[in-house]
Design a protein around this ligand. Structure first.
Ligand code: KG4
Ligand code: ZN
Length: 334
């Protein structure tokens, strides 16, 4: 089975063709970083326009690279139908519907978060069920993944997502966009003990998150330093990252106590690319006897292969969609 996957929910135009026996036949990601850089964050209208300009030719290129001659040689088209910036989601969904209807192949409306959740199964044999820590630019949740399409929430952020906090800290320190990788790089040479930021929710029951107090505390420190030096920035990044890791660690401990499934933890979403956080999560997983899984680095951030793969998984259990489905800006997994 060969499935075309299309992802346009944020600032990456991404297309891939993936097979049910786990081969990635093509995998193209076009970042809109340059378009959004002057604004320090993603501008929805610019994103939608950039998806329109790029998507057709990227689909053609993905088909060619995969050696798939005609759309009717595909077994299905899978597309991110939400959640995300609605202009971009509409662009992807319209193109996917056009291809699926012209070629008379099934269409699968994929929840972007399910794409992140299941990616690890494309590259490794991770059986269901598992616990999922989903940390991206828009989401921060701990879920119990019971099956394809079957999710239960254990906890989630009550304010900012973790990736969003990384991006905002980067913006405060004028490090550029997207912020996560830049904060991580500076943090490497910083003193994580120099600033004591608040470990929000620490010690509280449940496994909800809060990052807005941390973000505000970072802003206060950054604003209070006159002529901020490179070393100051490195120390702020290191202190911020260590604080974020402490919060994650504390919340995961509670999640482990609440979860009664198999002791498997999957970490997914853009922030799963952070090596420092991963190291900290590995320690806590070891302590509690959990096996830990991550998608490979190039599949952590948004891509088409994760959408195509979620399409494979959904199709296997008969979850195809009627072509009349609507794109959604908001769409919960549970
Ligand atoms: O999953 P993703 O590509 O898009 C969303 O669905 O949101 O995640 C993007 C987020 C951004 O906030 C970005 O700053 C963050 O993931 N990110 C990182 C790292 N790489 C990407 N955060 C921390 N450390 C990283 N290395
Ligand atoms: Zn994402």
């Amino acid at each position: 089975m060969k499935i075309l996957g299309i992802e346009t929910s944020c600032d990456e135009t991404a297309v891939a063709i993936v097979t049910s026996d786990k081969k990635i036949l093509s995998h193209l990601v076009l970042s809109q970083e340059k378009e959004h850089k002057p604004y320090g964050g993603v501008v929805p209208e610019i994103a939608a326009r950039a998806h329109i300009q790029a998507l057709d030719s990227m689909v053609a290129k993905a088909m060619e690279q995969a050696g798939v001659k005609s759309y009717s040689d595909l077994d299905a088209v899978a597309v991110t139908a939400g959640p995300g910036l609605i202009g971009g989601v509409i662009v992807g969904v319209m193109v996917a519907k056009a291809i699926a209807s012209a070629a008379s192949v099934p269409i699968i409306a994929v929840n972007h978060l399910e794409g992140h959740a299941l990616t690890v199964r494309l590259t490794e044999d991770v059986p269901l069920p598992f616990m999922l820590l989903l940390v991206s630019g828009g989401h921060c949740q701990i879920l119990s993944v019971e099956g394809v399409g079957k999710y239960k929430k254990l906890g989630g952020t009550i304010d900012d997502a973790l990736g969003e906090a990384f991006d905002k800290v980067a913006k405060m320190l004028k490090l550029g966009y997207p912020g996560g990788p830049k904060v991580e790089a500076l943090a490497k040479d910083g003193d994580a003990k120099r600033f004591e930021f608040p470990r929000s929710m620490k010690g509280r029951a449940g496994c909800d998150f809060s990052f807005s107090g941390l973000k505000t505390a970072v802003k206060r420190v950054a604003d209070s330093i006159e002529d901020i030096s490179e070393q100051d920035k490195k120390d702020i990044c290191a202190s911020f990252q260590a604080c974020a890791a402490d919060i994650i660690e504390d919340r995961l401990k509670n999640a482990f106590a609440m979860y009664d499934g198999e002791k498997r933890l999957v970490v997914a979403g853009g922030v799963a690319a952070n090596k420092y956080l991963n190291g900290r999560i590995q320690n806590i997983a070891n302590e509690y006897g959990y096996s830990l899984f991550y998608p490979p680095l190039n599949l952590c951030t948004d891509n088409g292969a994760m959408i195509a793969w979620a399409g494979v998984e959904r199709m296997r259990v008969g979850l195809v969609d009627d072509i009349s489905f609507a794109p959604k800006a908001r769409w919960s997994l549970y």
